[in-house]
Design a protein around this ligand. Structure first.
Ligand code: HEC
Length: 97
């Protein structure tokens, strides 16, 4: 019973982060679609945003690299560049925008 509860809780909690993605800013910005598609394989977009407040554009680049090297995210160079640029611009420190 406890296990079933955990499964339901997980499904409910992660549902809004997928597909349409109401979380990320700037609907038509370049890199946003790749961020939604690639970065929400393992965790929600909300999780990324929640952990993003201190990152500069360069830090975002490093973060995307970390997802590739440390956690095995499969992201090609072009998408990694687009995603880093998108996150740096919309979720970077004010100084780095
Ligand atoms: C292959 C699975 C996977 C993919 C794809 C992935 N991540 Fe992660 N991500 C993780 C794991 C695992 C953690 C660590 C979770 C923890 O510490 O509990 C994490 C954590 C994070 C964190 C929190 C800070 C940190 O470093 O722990 C951020 C921000 C983040 N990811 C951003 C991204 C972005 C941006 C992308 C797309 C470029 C992405 N992730 C794609 C697996 C992934």
């Amino acid at each position: 019973m406890k296990r079933l509860f955990m499964v339901l809780a997980t499904l409910t909690a992660s549902a809004p982060g997928w597909a349409e993605d109401p979380v990320l800013k700037a609907d038509s910005a370049p890199g946003r679609a790749a961020t939604v598609e690639i970065c929400s394989h393992c965790h929600s977009s909300a999780y990324i945003v929640m952990n993003s407040v201190f990152l500069s554009a360069d830090d975002w680049r490093a973060e995307v690299l970390k997802m590739r090297t440390a956690f095995g995210a499969s992201i090609d160079e072009k998408s990694a560049d687009e995603i880093s640029a998108y996150l740096g611009q919309h979720y970077g420190e004010p100084d780095s925008r």
